[in-house]
Design a binder for this molecule. Sequence first.
Ligand SMILES: [Zn+2]
Ligand SMILES: [Zn+2]
Length: 945
Amino acid sequence: MKLFSWLAGITLLCGMPLSAFDLTAGKTLPVIVLPEKAEPSTVLAAKELSEYVKKVSGKTLSVVQGKSDAEKQIVLGTLDTVKEAPPALLKKLRDGKKNEAFVIAAKGGRLYILGKKRVAELYGTYQFLEDKLGVRWLKPATPSDSGEFIPANENISFPDFELYREPWFTRRKLDQCGSYWNVIPKNSIAWAVRNGFQAPPPYGSRPDKNKEFAEFFLPRTPDEVLSGGGGHTTFSKAVPAELFKTHPEYFSLLDGKRTLFDGGHQCYQYCISHPEVQQRLADYILSQIEKYGSDKAGYLFGMADTSVGWCECAECRKLDRSDKYNYLNVTNRFHTVVQKIAGKVYEKRPDARLYVWAYHTYREIPKDVKIDPRMEVQYCIHGRCYGHKLDDPECPRNAKQYSLLKDWLKLSPTIYTYEYFTCTPPLYVPHERTQAHDLKLYKKLGIIGYKEEASFPDSKLIGNNQEQRKEIFPSCWQWLYVTGKLLWDPDLNVDEVLADAESKYYGAAYPAMKKYHDLRRKLWENGANDMGYPTGDQRSATLLNTPGSKEALLGYLAEAEKLAGSDKILLHRIGLDKTWLEKYWIKPNEVFKSKFGNAFRAPRANGPVVIDGDGKDPAWAGAFYTDAFKETFTDAHADIPAPLKTTVGILSDDRNLYFLITALEPQPGKLKAAAEKDGPVWGEDGMELFLYPPTAANTYYQIAVNTKGTVFDAICPGSNAKYDLGAEVKTKVLDDRYVMELKVPATKIGPFERGALWRIHFARNRKIKDEGFAGNYSIDGAGYHDTIAYRALEIGSPYLRNGSFDDVKDGKALFWTTDKNAEFIRKGNGYAAYFKNGGSCYQLLTDPALWQSKTPRKISVSLKASGAKTLNLNFLRYSDTPDPKAKHGYTRKFLPTVKVAEFPLEKEPKIFTAEYTIAPDEWAGLLLQSYFEFTLDDVSVKLIK
Ligand SMILES: [Zn+2]
Ligand SMILES: [Zn+2]
């Protein structure tokens, strides 16, 4: 190319400033110069670069291959292909640790975008477009919205600079899943690569075999994520099913017979101890490496996606290193064999790229097995909870996963995770901040990367819920976007990345949408429930329990619509948020509330609660709330009038109960609050609380608080004010309400740990005289000291469900199995179980902490009962043993019932307690039984640690 050389000469004479690079601001445009033997990724980089320069500036850059004499050049390429570049830049790349390292530099009329290996220069080009042109790829494109942010700038120019980058995590994979492999979701994959992900072709497919695949995937896929096969099909190609006729000994021995056991998708179960099976697989992997090269044919060791059908031959069983057959834990067998085969491969090809799964039935730490340090372990973090941070010790699911993962890191230095977030599935879940925390943790632990199953909306999905699955990525776009960025640099400030992305996405409507997403994230991050495969999302449906949250979110959306004016794209984007809020938060919350029973709960606070009368601590977003106030002393017991709406939030920690009271008040100037501590506070404007722990003396406690925060506390019955409970209280009176925040040291007055069952009551006293307002309001309109009418209060999440018998439907107590003659009698606003001629109540202990397990667990049972003679506390027991041939995968053996206690009943209800130890390998069910009349209430189970 000599055409412009004379022109370039003139420009030089004019004295072009060497300290800046005029991309489109100068008289001449630079030429994009590709190497003679340009990689497909370099060609794509040039195409993307000129396309986006045109979108931003309206000007078109030309592209030449080979040599160019143009004065201004953009040099694209890799270490292998670029011939002329400043030696210092090339050295930086050579010294780079990661193949995807790139360097961008503007110097002396040249702009270099160079990658260490192919595709790195493409990542560099996207970085350049973001940094210097301000382009963003925010949400994968749809027909009505490109999802891009393109600032207009006719004259792009920037001072000389140099930037070197390499990704922190080597593995940053979005693997196409649950869809037909031969339809390429081009939009989504292009988006993913632009944001730094690796989005390789579907597992085991060779892109070089098919023209369309080659054209699309090769420019975008680094060598190291190209697969040579394996996974569920690990043995299928090396030991095909046809061999069953001539070599049945290669396949599983089941019930004494060699069987072609299909574990799904024509992946079979093999006799993996057989030397020929091992040799065949080693030979197959070596043949793949021969064919494609070791850098382009990594192999992943796994097994068919099934827990059953494992070979029972003596040689395979020997590898299990256990006398007791447990097909749910074949980790020793699997990893021993894999290491043996890997050893054979490495012997011939030390450069082989091999991976192994720690998955499902082979995820426990194998005994006496060394994982070859050259192998990468793909740790399937199946079962973790994404509602909580991975290192949150309060989330039992994550505590288990975190500790197992750390044990694996001792066994292998190169581990990356196989995530299950998208298969939960997440719908409109603001997971970004938790994700940021976890990736920082991954960095600290030395984990080398991350792989997530990708449900690309433009792929051809297989199976159920397709419409919903198509909304996973679009409705969680912020999570996906920041994850791409954080995988390159986990130290980024996630809030800054979000502010940058959302301000560009929502434009003029951002101020309102910022408030909207801030509140959504606050509600999500302080929710108490778990979220993650296989139990699903148990959190989203509860988030709008926080009073006023739904109204606030809808209010921000309305404000955003106003700010958007007539901008169609913005209105479309705000409309999507509105649709998702409706579909995935509001509707599920309505269903949740309609099923909700009578019992109140005191969830564990997810963070500190400062008693300042503000109620602003994030932990309050995870509280239980009630507003069930009614007139107390009228016949109608009408609902509290809307102008006086009163809400109580409840939380707990190891020692305390916390209450947040918000009482609307139209005339705050007239509030009466003059009493002194333990004076007649209950005769003023304010609130009363009644706490009734399960105590033998049937003692309960009264706390009255006026709007200045003055407290009257007393032990009841009798309201003896000499007793001091030591509650901490702060109040605030605002223009339209008063707010009270209380901390009550609960351990002081009763058994207070997870599983305990208390009774509780709240009342509001109003002394201001208004026409039509009653003056006294309480929960259900129940009398202040009518203890049998108090609602149940479950501390933490209960180990036994509906122990208060307050949740009764169609004459049956939920979660209990009772005799036909059981009656559920109304006792105040709750229920108790009543048996006129004796009978029994049964409930299996189904809390995960009490499931059949290897360790014994001591529990204590507490209940309240009255009756004619005695009540027996028994435990029904059974044991499940894994059995691959049984219908549900196990056989059940029933064990003799144990009688734990015989409680002497009286006419007046009394509290009884007893202890029992759940033996190892047993399930336990609690059975309460008597042959004579009895009344039973408030049964609770606690775990003794
Ligand atoms: Zn075998
Ligand atoms: Zn959790």
